[in-house]
Design a protein around this ligand. Sequence first.
Ligand code: PLP
Length: 360
Amino acid sequence: MDTKFKITKNENSKISEVDFDNIPFGKIFSDHMFTADYKDGEWGNFQIVPFGPIQIHPACLALHYGQSIFEGMKATKSYSGDPLLFRPEMHATRINASARRMAMPEFPEDVFVEAIHAIVGLDQKWIPPAEGSALYIRPFMFANGEYIGVGPSDTYKFVIFTGPVGPYYPKPIGLVAEEFYVRAAVGGTGEAKACGNYAGSLLPTELAKQKGYDQVLWLDGKEYKYVQEAGTMNLFFVIDDVVITPATDGAILKGITRDSLLAILDSFGYKIEVRPITIDEIVKASKNGLLQEAFGAGTAVVVANIDRIKYKDNVLKLPVPEKQKVANFLRNEINGIRSQKKADEFDWIVPVKAPEAIKA
Ligand SMILES: Cc1ncc(COP(=O)(O)O)c(C=O)c1O
């Protein structure tokens, strides 16, 4: 594969400073980043450069009006040491769905995927070898027009950087079902990976932490009745041997992990229901002893066991992680597929093909 990217290699690699047995999430960055610029109606200036600060103007539109979107994906190593990507085309498609919602230009999906191959190929030594660890990949796009005025920018920057990560939530997590604050309403921006969605979630999440929980369980913005998602995870519940996840309704992010887990569950013959689910149904199932499991699913967390859910005066207690059989089975399957220890019957795994210029 040849490349249209201009490549400037980092001559001062920081990899020898990294303790791969002890990686804090999101704080270590690999040696290179990919950048591209949008101006005069098209994307160009495709480059791979040493990772470092980006200069922006004080009037940078993204800082003022929030036109900024991102993706989160992971590269892993196979048990034999080959770098692998997981469903990269789905991330390329989703960033463009986010772009359309935020009145931003779409990024060419073939260039997105090629850039991921190039950047991961170049920094493949940064992929941690342990199962459950990965090279986190952060593609993002922001409006960098240099003027004040509410309206879509006429210039944008697209960047991809990466960094090694260990497991996200090593312990089971507790959620508080939020009765006042709202993450997203139908018709809003909840289905886009738009930065403002996350900013709006910070205060309620801090309040949940003050109560001794890890994340907010978001309810719908109209009736505060239907379960949406939590933090950066889609949610699953196992009630009376049926695995239930909320149907995406425009306010819930269409998680790629969610989609993958549903496919695995289906192929193993689990009973699945994808439908609106109310918090009252979950409380009732818990009271009747039928709530067997609850877990979150997302690129960062993979599969996170939930051990407590607070709603009003009820604190629903869930079985200890070892007894959450479906969650543990799914984590094992998806990590196994990602390390090629298990067969990839869905064709999700894409071996990294670095351009010739990078191998040189
Ligand atoms: C709000 C939100 N929900 C769900 C998810 C899970 O999505 P995915 O499995 O694609 O990472 C994420 C993470 O991307 C997220 O930010």
